[in-house]
Design a protein around this ligand. Structure first.
Ligand code: ATP
Length: 288
């Protein structure tokens, strides 16, 4: 019987993000290309004889109670399967928090997978994904990982071929952008340019990195770039530094750029790391 579980919880970026409309339940109908990158949290889990859920983390401001998405994930399975034992979870966080990189959702996804293994629940990946959507719209994708077209609120997933190898530079400016603010201020009927998501699917099928990068676009930038000029400035800096394409991930504020040339990627990464207005920067690849 497995008593311990370790897993890397990967961050995701959106290579394309389109909003098609607003649903009656208040959610937005989305169309996105999702991709996991090699920026990750490390999660360690252990079964404990004492009941209950305990969380420890290296990030002081994160909740360790029922407000933590890892707690919600563990609790969901404990209630459903009437698990009498407990679980201890240690989160070593590196993914920027509230950054558009689905860090919390990825942690929750790792916990669902870990609980399934440790407590031998016998759930299939699809069953875990169906449960995961109750915690968050991105959780099913974070269980699946890799490259996917996400539709609906992000839970309808179609796997796609991985993009060709390249370097990815990510930078999170030191500003707080609330997801609620971004969606609340998006005027869906005034979106002037929708990204060509079908074109990106085509580019992935062809294995054409340049075409994929040329078609990168995120309609949510219409809200954030005017409010937070630093987001646009980072994009410019990446493109001037030789990125094939650069955009904001999710509802931001993290910006990422794709580079064919490793040296150019390193140079831009170093510049960004020295910028006092940038809180976290990474040089990464596609994952897993
Ligand atoms: P998304 O791309 O799905 O919008 P995000 O990167 O914007 O995700 P997260 O980092 O997942 O946002 O977390 C957003 C909020 O969730 C934070 O305010 C944080 O306090 C809370 N939270 C709860 N559990 C976690 C967790 N395990 N890791 C990070 N944040 C968490």
């Amino acid at each position: 019987m497995i008593k311990e579980f370790r897993r890397k919880a990967l961050a995701k970026v959106n290579l394309g993000l389109d909003v098609l409309g607003k649903r009656e339940d208040g959610y937005h109908e989305l169309r996105m290309i999702m991709q996991t990158v090699s920026v990750f949290d490390r999660i360690y889990m252990k079964r404990t004889a004492a009941p209950g859920i305990r969380i420890r983390t290296n990030v002081g401001f994160l909740p360790v109670n029922e407000n933590n998405l890892m707690y919600k994930a563990a609790d969901l399975l404990m209630q459903r399967f009437q698990i009498g034992e407990g679980v201890f979870m240690d989160l070593d966080k590196h993914i920027p928090v509230a950054a558009g990189l689905a860090g919390g959702s990825s942690d929750a996804a790792a916990v669902l997978t870990g609980m399934n293994r440790m407590f031998e629940l016998g759930l299939s990946q699809q069953e875990l994904m169906d449960l995961g959507v109750r915690i968050g719209a991105d959780v099913p994708y974070c269980i699946m990982q890799g490259t996917a077209l996400a539709e609906g609120i992000g839970e309808k997933l179609t796997p796609l071929p991985s993009p060709p190898e390249c370097r990815i530079v990510l930078a999170k400016p030191g500003i707080h952008v609330s997801t609620k603010f971004v969606y609340g201020n998006l005027k869906v009927d005034q979106i002037s340019r929708h990204p060509d998501i079908d074109g990106q699917v085509e580019a992935l099928k062809k294995g054409d990195l340049k075409m994929l990068a040329d078609l990168m676009g995120n309609v949510l930038e219409q809200v954030t770039v005017s409010e937070y000029p630093k987001i646009g400035a980072i994009k410019e800096q990446m493109l001037e530094g030789g990125a094939l394409g650069a955009m904001m991930s999710g509802s931001g504020p993290t910006v990422f750029g794709l580079f064919e040339d490793e040296k150019k990627a390193e140079q831009v990464y170093r510049q960004l790391r020295e910028d006092p207005l940038i809180k976290q920067a990474f040089l990464a690849g596609w994952a897993p």
